[in-house]
Write a new protein. Structure first.
Length: 344
């Protein structure tokens, strides 16, 4: 007898049986008693891991991570791993470089490992129906959505933040403190991806504050590499005492910018304020601690898996979830008027 037979006998899902065997709390008392009674009656001996389920195809859910060096993904991966195991499935992890094709990698992984579904962590924002046709299993885009593509909403699922809205919120933290000369550090203003969305939020915040866009305050790094971010920040800010604040679209870029400011002899936040988005662990340990809008990494991973498992088990359909960031105050923003007297 297999765990699948136990599930049929009790009229519950395979994942419910797995959760009972793993002693997870999120099972009703009635279902738990029914499963345990069936296990005793059948003299069922579970595998060493309750995730080693016997299924016609596989018990695997794939996680394709695009951007192996992205520090933001660490917490999300951990949450996804816990959620997949807790649902009674096996995680199959596959990492590709930031320039890789996550759809093709996911399709190949799903077929070779006979996976039941995929979570795509990091990816392009401009899929077409023809491109996603490569995938013959349900999938969830985690940390991004198809903002610039042509997919119908019911053709895929996503869990992410509203990048434009959150970027606007981050820049408003600076404008509300009186800053007007605010630089932005980003990968590219026209990448049809996260940089472009957060750039749109930057522009929205300036417009709402009655500030004109100054293209000389835009620093395009060409990547999320910290060395490239440092070099871009150093070039952009050298000799620019008029710039009193920097919005970096990611914590890693902000940390590099803080190093560049230090090397230029400028203090954070006394001479230049810095704010970003992500909330990675490293940025809490900079000196001073970085002020950032922290993405809900754990919730992001858990919600992506929940949506996928519901589709695999026939309980749900494609859906889109927008999560909110939480301000981690840090110490890198100061009011403009505190040091304005020495600015001009």
């Amino acid at each position: 007898m297999t765990i699948r037979d136990i599930a049929k006998r009790c009229s519950v899902s395979v994942s419910t049986v797995s959760r009972v065997l793993n002693n997870h709390p999120d099972v009703s008392a009635a279902s738990r008693a029914r499963v345990l009674e069936a296990v005793r009656e059948a003299h069922y001996v579970p595998n060493n891991s309750a995730r080693d389920l016997v299924r016609p195809q596989s018990d695997g859910i794939g996680l394709v991570v695009r951007g192996v060096g992205n520090p933001f993904f660490t917490g999300v991966i951990q949450a996804i791993e816990r959620a997949i195991g807790g649902a009674g499935y096996n995680l199959v992890l596959h990492q590709i470089r930031s320039e890789g094709d996550e759809l093709r990698a996911g399709a190949e992984l799903a077929r070779s490992r006979r996976l039941l579904g995929l979570v795509l962590l990091g990816g392009r924002f401009d899929y077409t129906p023809e491109q996603v046709a490569l995938l013959d299993v349900p999938f969830v885009c985690c940390s991004y959505t198809n903002s610039f593509g042509s997919l119908a909403k019911d053709a895929y699922s996503s869990v992410t933040i509203d990048d434009q809205r959150e970027a606007c919120r981050a820049v408003r933290l600076l404008t509300e403190q009186g800053h007007q000369r605010i630089a932005i550090l980003l990968d590219s203003t026209q990448d049809s991806s996260i940089s472009q969305l957060r750039y749109m939020g930057y522009r929205q915040a300036l417009e709402e504050s009655g500030l004109l866009l100054d293209k000389s305050l835009i620093g395009e790094t060409g990547s999320f590499d910290m060395a490239a971010a440092y070099e871009t920040a150093a070039r952009l800010l050298a000799g620019r005492r008029d710039v009193t604040a920097v919005f970096a679209i990611a914590d890693s870029i902000a940390v590099a910018a803080m190093k560049a400011l230090h090397d230029l002899g400028r203090r954070v936040p006394e001479d230049c304020s810095v704010v970003s988005i992500d909330g990675i662990e490293m940025s809490a340990y900079t000196v001073p601690a970085l002020t950032t809008l922290a993405q809900p990494q754990e919730e992001m991973g858990e919600r992506a898996v929940r949506i996928l498992v519901d589709m695999i088990e026939g309980r749900g359909r494609n859906q889109h979830v927008l999560l909110k960031t939480a301000l981690r105050p840090g110490e890198t923003i100061a009011p403009y008027q505190v040091f304005a007297s020495g600015r001009m």
